[in-house]
Design a protein around this ligand. Sequence first.
Ligand code: ZN
Length: 303
Amino acid sequence: MLAAAALAAGAPGAAPAPARIHAEVDGTAFAIGEAGVRTWVLRSATIVAGYYGTFPVPELRLKITPVPGSGAKGGTAYPGRGPGIHVRLGRESGEAVLLEDWVLVHEMVHLALPELDERHAWLSEGLATYVEGMARVAAGNMTEVALWQEYVDSMPKGEPAADDAGLDHTPSWARTYWGGALFCLAADVEIRAATGNRRGLQDALRAVLAASGGMRAEWPIERVLAVGDAATGTDVLARLYREHKDRPVEIDLAALWQRLGIEAVDGRVRLTPSGPAAELRRSLTATPPGPAPAPAEWVPAGG
Ligand SMILES: [Zn+2]
């Protein structure tokens, strides 16, 4: 049994086997054909693998349904021992539109976090929202300016409204997606400040994935936060969670942007090119040193 397990895990020091994406798709339904769809899927997988150091799960069932129009029209990630993603893709999608797609990256990020209780959806959606942008910039799929422009425009939506009861008790769209993303941004900056910029949220998330196997597991939120904090040698995640879970807590966004060297002039973002603020900001989207993860493999239906 032990030998078989060791064999399955690969020899010590050997590169892990590439993830296999079992695609259920009719390529003839799309203007770009199966080859174009495959390029989009594998690029999205590479972006997510770059952030986590590995694609989150060894096997993924991916169902792509054709819908009218252009672009990815939404998706869902399904938990379980063999996690799956269902994504709806416009029949007329061109390569340029898919090059800028965030939907599939978002769904693939979901694969890296254990399933949480429904009241913590803000953490899974917030992470998927936050990591999608960070990972795309790190992979060269999005510019730094475009990322921060989006965050300056959208993060204010994540602040508590008048009737807010804290992140665990306010399941609105804005608090779930942007409130969660704002929590992640604040945590990332806090971890970097507490560790002299040697650790970040990425280290916490990689540790959670390694310990849990991602969406194949179901964990209490406290365990996710504890494993993440242990990886950074801080208590940032547990402390921020205590502060934000049952109470409406505003995050001082103006101070946060200043800390990151981000200025908005007439609504247009300008980034400080150098100095400690620029260094801190760039560390959020930098790729850590280390070998690039093995690219995922496309396995057509029935393969
Ligand atoms: Zn999501």
